[in-house]
Design a protein around this ligand. Structure first.
Ligand SMILES: [Zn+2]
Length: 290
């Protein structure tokens, strides 16, 4: 973003024959007022106990998948032009350091159509990724994109509907929807509904290794791992989001699944361990190559 002196947050991870690169889009100042499902004082206590500021900062990542003879695949686009703060919208700078140009990106997999995930698709009404197909769950497209959806949206939510529509508009004829399952060779969409109706993670497999990008299961790690009852005000269906979060945390802890998350703290790769009545996040060991 113009004026930012921050170095790009970029980290490459090997996954079998593939490289998965975390691209940090930045952060924004959140608030305990965003937290739902648990007492606000308890949420603040968990923040401080977790060595974080009482009022949470929310961080944002997208991911790039390259290698194994495939053209680059981007998972989400960051806020782009929809960035509400100078500390966001850094994905373009991060991507540039990888050597991948926007025109090289063959597919943009969208986890959901919130502005922090799809805002970077378009700038000034044009496609930022001019050669890319975009891929989104059918329920997500149906929730945000039809004219009737915008007409029915409450006044305070209309900007989210407009943001999603404007983001995908330049991709007319290049948008593919799905209902989960394999969306590209070795990449499976995993529906995780609740945060939004078609909110999807992606399971990326290469050789004997796999990674589940669970996207927005967690927004505020210090609170939601310890107490998965906690949600955020952005959840379209808070009860369903909570059920999904509890189910997937139990599953990835039991199966010791390698995960990555859009709002896990950069570089956002690791594991979920059981910890008392809740969980803790264990960052994976990064080594800078062999
Ligand atoms: Zn998000």
């Amino acid at each position: 973003m113009a004026g930012s002196k921050a170095l790009p947050g970029v980290l490459r991870w090997n996954l079998g024959d593939l490289t998965v690169t975390a691209l940090n889009d930045g952060w924004f100042q959140g608030s305990l007022d965003l937290v739902t499902g648990i007492d606000k004082a308890e949420a603040g206590r968990l923040q401080v106990a977790g060595f974080r500021t009482e009022q949470p900062k929310i961080t944002l990542n997208a991911f790039l998948i390259t290698g194994a003879g495939r053209k680059p695949v981007l998972v989400d686009t960051g806020y782009g032009a929809l960035a509400p703060a100078e500390t966001l919208g850094r994905l373009g700078t991060a991507l540039a350091t990888t050597g991948v140009k926007p025109e090289d990106v063959e597919t943009v997999l969208l986890t959901h159509l919130h502005p922090d995930h799809c805002g970077g698709l378009a700038a000034d009404g044009k496609a930022v990724y001019p050669n890319a197909e975009i891929v989104v769950h059918a329920d997500e497209a149906a929730h945000w994109l039809p004219d009737e959806a915008l007409a029915k949206a409450p006044a305070e939510a209309k900007e989210y509907f407009e943001g999603a529509r404007n983001a995908v508009a330049p991709y007319k004829g290049r948008m593919r929807d799905h209902r989960g399952g394999e969306v590209l060779p070795g990449i499976e969409a995993v529906p995780l509904p609740g945060h939004t109706p078609g909110h999807c993670g992606f399971r990326i497999s290469s050789g004997s290794q796999s990674l589940l990008m669970w996207t927005d299961v967690v927004h505020i790690p210090a609170i939601q791992f310890k107490n998965p009852e906690a949600g955020v005000g952005f959840d379209v269906d808070g009860d369903q989001a909570r059920q999904t979060r509890k189910r997937i945390m139990d599953e990835v802890a039991s199966e010791r699944t390698f995960i990555a998350g859009s709002h896990l703290e950069f570089p956002a790769f690791g594991y979920v361990d059981r910890d008392g009545a809740g969980y803790s996040f264990v960052p994976a060991l990064w080594v800078g190559g062999e």
